[in-house]
Design a protein around this ligand. Sequence first.
Ligand SMILES: NC(=O)c1ccc[n+]([C@@H]2O[C@H](COP(=O)([O-])OP(=O)(O)OC[C@H]3O[C@@H](n4cnc5c(N)ncnc54)[C@H](OP(=O)(O)O)[C@@H]3O)[C@@H](O)[C@H]2O)c1
Length: 253
Amino acid sequence: MSTSLFDINNKAILISGASRGIGRAIALYLAENGAQVYAAGSRPESIEWMRSHELHAQGRLHPVVMDVRADDSAATLIEEIRSKHNRLDCLINNAGVATNTPATGIKADDMENMININFKGAFRACQAYYRAQRKEGGNVINMASILGLIGTPLAAVYCGTKGAVIQMTRALAIEWAGSGFRVNAIAPGFVDTDMTDMIKKRQSVLEKMLETIPMRRMANPEDLCGATHYLASDASAYVTGQVIVVDGGATAM
Ligand SMILES: NC(=O)c1ccc[n+]([C@@H]2O[C@H](COP(=O)([O-])OP(=O)(O)OC[C@H]3O[C@@H](n4cnc5c(N)ncnc54)[C@H](OP(=O)(O)O)[C@@H]3O)[C@@H](O)[C@H]2O)c1
C-alpha cells in the first residue's frame, strides 16, 4: 500500500474540544503531520496556550473559539475556514462533557447540557458542514465512546448521548453518501484526561475499571491519533458509517 494514502498534508481540518485531552492530542498530531488544523476550545482562555506553540508559528495550528451549544457557532467557523482554503476537508466533532451521577440524581440542567453538547452540538456542526460543502463532499469524524455501545453505572445520560452519536453517524453516512460525504465515529475506551479524573482519584474505582480492560491500562490521548489519521485520510476512502473502537480490548471481554 502506498504511504501517500495516509497523506494529510494541507488538509483543512476543524476539530472541536481541542483545548485539552483527546482533542488537543489529535490537533497537535494532525498539525505535526502537515494538516491545517483549526483547533477549537469553548472559550478564548482555553485555547490561549496554542498562540505560543511552534505549530502556530509555523502556520498549521489555528486556535479558534467554538461553543457548540450556540446554534450558529459551527456554521460561522466553517464559512471562515472555507473563505481561506476554499474547502473544509474534515470536521471532527470531539467536544464532550460527562457527569458521574446516579440516574435518579441527574439534574435537568446537567442532562440538557450533556445532550446539547454531546449530541446536538455534533449534529448542528454536521448540518452546517453539509450545507457548506454540499457540492464538494466532505468527511466527518464523530468522537463517540464505548459507552455508546455498552452500559455502565452512573452515566445513563452520557451513555444515551454517545449511543445517539453512533446512530446519527450511521444515519448520516447513508443519507449523505450520494453527495460524497463520509461519516464515521471513533469509540474510545477509558482515556487519561480531565474527564476521567473522578475515576483516577479513587484507587478502588480505578482498579475495578482496569480489570475491565485486557491491556490493563487507560488509553493516553495520543492513542486516538492513529484511528483519527486513518479516517481523516484517503486510506479510509471506502469507509463510511463505521465505528472504530479504540479501547484496549474492553468491549471484546
Ligand atoms: N476521556 C475518556 O475516557 C473518553 C472516553 C470515550 C470518549 N470520550 C469522548 O472524547 C471527547 C473528548 O474527551 P476528553 O476526555 O478529551 O475530555 P476533556 O479533557 O474533558 O476535554 C473536553 C473538551 O471539550 C470541550 N468542551 C466542553 N464543553 C464545550 C462546549 N460547550 N463547546 C465546545 N467545546 C466544549 C472542552 O473545551 P474547554 O477547554 O474550552 O472547556 C475541552 O476541549 C468527548 O466527546 C468525550 O465524550 C472520552
